[in-house]
Write a protein that binds this ligand. Structure first.
Ligand code: 1GP
Length: 227
Protein backbone atom coordinates (compact mmCIF):
# COMPACT_ATOMS: atom_id res chain seq x y z
CA UNK A 1 0.00 0.00 0.00
CA UNK A 2 1.19 3.53 -0.76
CA UNK A 3 2.45 5.51 2.20
CA UNK A 4 1.31 9.06 1.59
CA UNK A 5 3.32 10.19 4.60
CA UNK A 6 6.43 9.72 2.47
CA UNK A 7 5.14 11.77 -0.44
CA UNK A 8 5.79 15.40 -1.26
CA UNK A 9 4.69 15.71 -4.90
CA UNK A 10 2.14 14.02 -7.13
CA UNK A 11 0.89 14.59 -10.64
CA UNK A 12 -2.83 14.27 -11.31
CA UNK A 13 -3.73 13.12 -14.81
CA UNK A 14 -7.18 13.71 -16.21
CA UNK A 15 -8.43 10.66 -18.14
CA UNK A 16 -10.57 13.02 -20.24
CA UNK A 17 -7.47 14.79 -21.61
CA UNK A 18 -4.94 13.37 -24.00
CA UNK A 19 -1.22 13.17 -23.37
CA UNK A 20 1.53 12.16 -25.79
CA UNK A 21 3.54 9.05 -24.99
CA UNK A 22 6.82 10.99 -24.69
CA UNK A 23 5.31 13.44 -22.21
CA UNK A 24 3.77 10.64 -20.17
CA UNK A 25 7.09 8.86 -20.02
CA UNK A 26 8.92 11.96 -18.79
CA UNK A 27 6.24 12.59 -16.15
CA UNK A 28 6.31 9.03 -14.87
CA UNK A 29 10.09 9.11 -14.61
CA UNK A 30 10.32 12.65 -13.23
CA UNK A 31 10.83 11.56 -9.62
CA UNK A 32 7.27 12.42 -8.59
CA UNK A 33 5.96 10.21 -5.79
CA UNK A 34 2.83 9.03 -7.57
CA UNK A 35 0.49 9.51 -10.47
CA UNK A 36 -3.15 10.01 -9.58
CA UNK A 37 -5.73 9.39 -12.26
CA UNK A 38 -8.78 11.49 -11.61
CA UNK A 39 -11.07 14.13 -13.02
CA UNK A 40 -14.49 15.69 -12.65
CA UNK A 41 -16.19 15.23 -15.99
CA UNK A 42 -15.93 12.86 -18.91
CA UNK A 43 -14.45 10.11 -16.74
CA UNK A 44 -15.36 6.75 -18.29
CA UNK A 45 -14.31 3.14 -17.84
CA UNK A 46 -12.54 3.24 -21.21
CA UNK A 47 -10.49 6.39 -20.74
CA UNK A 48 -9.45 5.42 -17.18
CA UNK A 49 -8.51 1.94 -18.37
CA UNK A 50 -6.45 3.25 -21.31
CA UNK A 51 -4.55 5.78 -19.25
CA UNK A 52 -3.94 3.38 -16.35
CA UNK A 53 -2.54 0.73 -18.70
CA UNK A 54 -0.09 3.31 -20.07
CA UNK A 55 0.99 4.58 -16.63
CA UNK A 56 1.33 1.08 -15.20
CA UNK A 57 4.22 0.38 -17.58
CA UNK A 58 6.33 2.57 -15.31
CA UNK A 59 7.42 1.90 -11.76
CA UNK A 60 5.83 5.04 -10.30
CA UNK A 61 2.82 4.20 -8.08
CA UNK A 62 -0.49 4.79 -9.86
CA UNK A 63 -3.65 5.53 -7.89
CA UNK A 64 -7.23 6.00 -8.96
CA UNK A 65 -9.16 8.88 -7.43
CA UNK A 66 -12.67 7.54 -7.66
CA UNK A 67 -15.20 10.01 -9.01
CA UNK A 68 -17.67 7.68 -10.68
CA UNK A 69 -18.63 4.11 -9.92
CA UNK A 70 -18.57 3.29 -13.64
CA UNK A 71 -14.81 3.72 -13.81
CA UNK A 72 -13.71 1.56 -10.88
CA UNK A 73 -11.38 -1.27 -11.83
CA UNK A 74 -8.71 -3.46 -10.26
CA UNK A 75 -4.98 -3.11 -10.85
CA UNK A 76 -4.16 0.21 -9.16
CA UNK A 77 -1.60 0.63 -6.39
CA UNK A 78 -4.23 2.42 -4.36
CA UNK A 79 -7.67 4.03 -4.44
CA UNK A 80 -8.44 7.53 -3.21
CA UNK A 81 -12.01 8.07 -2.05
CA UNK A 82 -13.05 11.72 -1.81
CA UNK A 83 -15.50 12.88 0.82
CA UNK A 84 -16.32 16.52 0.09
CA UNK A 85 -16.70 18.03 3.53
CA UNK A 86 -17.96 21.44 2.33
CA UNK A 87 -20.63 19.99 0.06
CA UNK A 88 -24.22 21.03 0.77
CA UNK A 89 -25.39 17.57 -0.26
CA UNK A 90 -24.81 14.52 1.91
CA UNK A 91 -24.47 12.53 -1.30
CA UNK A 92 -20.94 13.87 -1.81
CA UNK A 93 -19.87 13.39 1.82
CA UNK A 94 -21.07 9.85 2.55
CA UNK A 95 -23.91 9.12 0.11
CA UNK A 96 -22.16 7.77 -2.99
CA UNK A 97 -19.69 5.92 -0.78
CA UNK A 98 -22.58 4.33 1.12
CA UNK A 99 -24.18 3.17 -2.14
CA UNK A 100 -20.85 1.75 -3.34
CA UNK A 101 -20.40 -0.23 -0.12
CA UNK A 102 -23.93 -1.63 -0.36
CA UNK A 103 -23.25 -2.80 -3.87
CA UNK A 104 -19.62 -3.90 -3.78
CA UNK A 105 -18.58 -4.53 -0.20
CA UNK A 106 -17.39 -8.07 -0.83
CA UNK A 107 -14.98 -6.86 -3.52
CA UNK A 108 -13.60 -3.71 -1.92
CA UNK A 109 -9.87 -4.00 -1.13
CA UNK A 110 -10.04 -2.00 2.10
CA UNK A 111 -6.31 -2.07 2.70
CA UNK A 112 -5.77 -0.20 -0.58
CA UNK A 113 -8.27 2.57 0.17
CA UNK A 114 -7.45 6.04 1.40
CA UNK A 115 -10.22 8.49 2.19
CA UNK A 116 -9.58 12.13 1.35
CA UNK A 117 -11.45 14.77 3.34
CA UNK A 118 -11.86 17.35 0.56
CA UNK A 119 -12.40 21.03 1.11
CA UNK A 120 -13.01 22.79 -2.21
CA UNK A 121 -12.14 26.48 -2.15
CA UNK A 122 -12.36 27.72 -5.75
CA UNK A 123 -15.94 28.65 -6.58
CA UNK A 124 -15.11 28.59 -10.30
CA UNK A 125 -13.79 25.02 -10.27
CA UNK A 126 -15.85 22.33 -11.96
CA UNK A 127 -15.60 20.20 -8.84
CA UNK A 128 -17.03 23.03 -6.70
CA UNK A 129 -20.18 23.04 -8.81
CA UNK A 130 -20.33 19.31 -9.44
CA UNK A 131 -20.13 18.49 -5.72
CA UNK A 132 -22.50 21.34 -4.78
CA UNK A 133 -20.05 23.02 -2.44
CA UNK A 134 -20.49 26.10 -0.32
CA UNK A 135 -17.56 28.43 0.22
CA UNK A 136 -16.29 28.08 3.78
CA UNK A 137 -14.67 30.85 5.85
CA UNK A 138 -11.08 30.32 6.99
CA UNK A 139 -12.44 29.36 10.39
CA UNK A 140 -14.71 26.77 8.74
CA UNK A 141 -11.77 25.33 6.81
CA UNK A 142 -9.78 24.83 9.98
CA UNK A 143 -12.75 23.16 11.65
CA UNK A 144 -13.06 20.80 8.65
CA UNK A 145 -9.39 19.94 8.97
CA UNK A 146 -9.74 19.19 12.67
CA UNK A 147 -12.88 17.17 11.97
CA UNK A 148 -11.07 15.17 9.26
CA UNK A 149 -8.30 14.27 11.66
CA UNK A 150 -9.85 14.07 15.10
CA UNK A 151 -13.37 12.84 14.34
CA UNK A 152 -13.00 10.77 11.20
CA UNK A 153 -9.29 9.88 11.30
CA UNK A 154 -9.03 10.45 7.57
CA UNK A 155 -5.51 9.81 6.29
CA UNK A 156 -5.70 12.82 3.95
CA UNK A 157 -7.11 16.35 4.18
CA UNK A 158 -7.16 17.94 0.72
CA UNK A 159 -7.29 21.70 0.20
CA UNK A 160 -8.57 21.85 -3.36
CA UNK A 161 -8.25 25.11 -5.31
CA UNK A 162 -8.33 23.32 -8.68
CA UNK A 163 -7.57 25.83 -11.45
CA UNK A 164 -6.42 28.71 -9.25
CA UNK A 165 -3.50 29.35 -6.94
CA UNK A 166 -4.73 29.38 -3.37
CA UNK A 167 -4.12 31.21 -0.13
CA UNK A 168 -0.74 30.10 1.25
CA UNK A 169 -1.46 31.69 4.64
CA UNK A 170 -4.55 29.52 5.01
CA UNK A 171 -2.60 26.41 4.01
CA UNK A 172 -0.03 27.32 6.68
CA UNK A 173 -2.75 27.79 9.29
CA UNK A 174 -4.43 24.49 8.42
CA UNK A 175 -1.11 22.67 8.65
CA UNK A 176 -0.72 23.79 12.27
CA UNK A 177 -3.91 21.91 13.17
CA UNK A 178 -2.93 18.55 11.68
CA UNK A 179 -0.66 16.02 13.31
CA UNK A 180 -1.60 12.63 11.85
CA UNK A 181 -3.57 13.50 8.75
CA UNK A 182 -1.52 14.30 5.65
CA UNK A 183 -2.25 17.70 4.11
CA UNK A 184 -2.64 17.73 0.33
CA UNK A 185 -2.71 21.03 -1.52
CA UNK A 186 -3.84 21.21 -5.14
CA UNK A 187 -4.62 24.11 -7.44
CA UNK A 188 -2.92 26.44 -9.87
CA UNK A 189 0.68 25.36 -9.31
CA UNK A 190 2.37 26.27 -12.58
CA UNK A 191 5.92 27.21 -11.61
CA UNK A 192 8.87 26.22 -9.47
CA UNK A 193 8.24 29.20 -7.17
CA UNK A 194 4.56 28.38 -6.64
CA UNK A 195 5.49 24.78 -5.86
CA UNK A 196 8.03 25.95 -3.28
CA UNK A 197 5.49 28.31 -1.70
CA UNK A 198 2.83 25.65 -1.20
CA UNK A 199 5.25 22.86 -0.35
CA UNK A 200 6.49 24.96 2.53
CA UNK A 201 3.15 24.36 4.26
CA UNK A 202 1.44 21.38 2.65
CA UNK A 203 2.80 17.86 3.04
CA UNK A 204 1.99 16.98 -0.56
CA UNK A 205 1.39 19.22 -3.56
CA UNK A 206 -0.84 18.02 -6.40
CA UNK A 207 -0.02 19.32 -9.88
CA UNK A 208 -2.57 18.92 -12.64
CA UNK A 209 -3.47 21.45 -15.34
CA UNK A 210 0.01 22.72 -16.12
CA UNK A 211 0.91 19.25 -17.45
CA UNK A 212 -1.33 20.01 -20.43
CA UNK A 213 -0.06 23.57 -20.87
CA UNK A 214 3.67 23.53 -20.25
CA UNK A 215 5.43 20.22 -19.62
CA UNK A 216 8.76 21.79 -18.69
CA UNK A 217 7.08 23.96 -16.06
CA UNK A 218 5.29 20.86 -14.73
CA UNK A 219 8.62 19.07 -14.35
CA UNK A 220 10.13 22.01 -12.47
CA UNK A 221 7.46 21.56 -9.76
CA UNK A 222 9.01 18.16 -8.99
CA UNK A 223 12.43 19.75 -8.59
CA UNK A 224 10.95 22.29 -6.18
CA UNK A 225 10.04 19.42 -3.85
CA UNK A 226 13.42 17.76 -4.07
CA UNK A 227 15.55 20.52 -2.56
C1 1GP B 1 -6.90 19.21 -9.23
O1 1GP B 1 -5.78 19.68 -7.18
C2 1GP B 1 -5.59 19.29 -8.49
O2 1GP B 1 -7.73 18.27 -8.60
C3 1GP B 1 -4.58 20.12 -9.20
O3 1GP B 1 -5.04 21.39 -9.54
O4 1GP B 1 -5.19 21.26 -12.01
O5 1GP B 1 -5.07 23.48 -10.85
O6 1GP B 1 -3.07 21.99 -10.93
P1 1GP B 1 -4.58 22.08 -10.92
Amino acid sequence: MCNVKEWSHVFKLDPNKSIEEDDLSVLCESGTDAIIIGGTDGVTFDNVFDLSERVQRYTVPCLLEVSTMEAIMPGFDGYLIPSVLNSKDKKFITGIQHEAIKEYQDWIPWNQMLVEGYCVLNEEAKVFKAAECELPSNEDVIAYAVMAEQMFHFPIFYLEYSGTFGNAELVKEVRKHLQQTTLFYGGGIESYEQAVTMKEHADVIVVGNVIYKDMQAALRTVKACRQ
